[in-house]
Write a protein that binds this ligand. Structure first.
Ligand SMILES: Cc1cc2nc3c(=O)[nH]c(=O)nc-3n(C[C@H](O)[C@H](O)[C@H](O)COP(=O)(O)O)c2cc1C
Length: 214
């Protein structure tokens, strides 16, 4: 079976990523490895991608991998005083068309739903100047936990967007809801949101992936 997961296979979406800025927030779940593919495909499609990672995300995938794929420095700290005039990096979402959180852990959803800001990604969500799209991934009992359900509802009610999770094989070897959507499905959701947002208003430096985003 051929899995239609490349952006070339998404009808009417070609060119939609050109000139767009996307911030990808990676949290600490097994599905973090799949986000490498999402980042690569976004960059191949013409988007400028800035990756941020939680401390736990770095246990699952290295910043080096995402730095190589995005062509940009990966942000892991709120207070990178050395190389930025915006130590908290809040400005990242002011220059972005979308903040994609993938995988969004139960922990991240809980923090975001309660306005907590003690890591770079939860801070960016709370301070976001652009739409936020969560791609959750977790054990089925975590996803079905009433507290997670409430957190998701709160985030939806606050105007945030979700893609997945889907039913299927989970890393914990259970089968059920909690599997992160496949990269092609996430790209389709991103493309749909960008299309709704209208044409890119600013020229971004995506053609030059080494361009510096402070
Ligand atoms: C092997 C392993 C896999 C995990 N996978 C997930 C997961 O898929 N989803 C999830 O919500 N938490 C998962 N966790 C728990 C998170 O890593 C943990 O809650 C962490 O604090 C999340 O931090 P973050 O949200 O700041 O990245 C996993 C933990 C381990 C040890």
């Amino acid at each position: 079976m051929v899995i239609m997961s490349t952006i070339e296979n998404i009808p009417d979406r070609q060119g939609i990523f050109q000139g767009r800025e996307i911030v990808v927030g990676v949290c600490g779940g097994i599905a973090a490895y799949k986000v490498a593919d999402v980042v690569s495909k976004l960059v191949q499609s013409g988007a400028g991608v800035t990756v941020c990672m939680t401390a736990e995300a770095q246990r699952f995938i290295t910043p080096l991998t995402l730095e190589a794929l995005s062509g940009r420095a990966v942000r892991t700290q709120m207070f990178d005083l050395m190389d930025s005039s915006d130590p908290q990096h809040i400005g990242l979402t002011e220059r972005a068309d979308l903040l994609l959180v993938a995988p969004a852990t139960a922990h991240n959803l809980a923090k975001a739903a309660h306005g907590m800001c003690d890591d770079l990604i939860s801070l960016l969500i709370c301070a976001s100047a652009c739409p936020v799209l969560f791609a959750p991934a977790m054990n089925n009992r975590m996803w079905e936990n009433p507290i997670t359900r409430q957190n998701v509802k709160k985030l939806r009610d606050a105007g945030h967007f979700f893609i997945g999770p889907e039913d299927g094989w989970l890393a914990c070897r259970n089968v059920g809801p909690g599997r992160m959507s496949e990269p092609g499905t996430i790209l389709e959701a991103v493309a749909g949101m960008l299309a709704e947002r209208g044409p890119a208003t600013t020229q971004n430096p995506s053609a030059n992936p080494s361009a510096k985003i402070p």
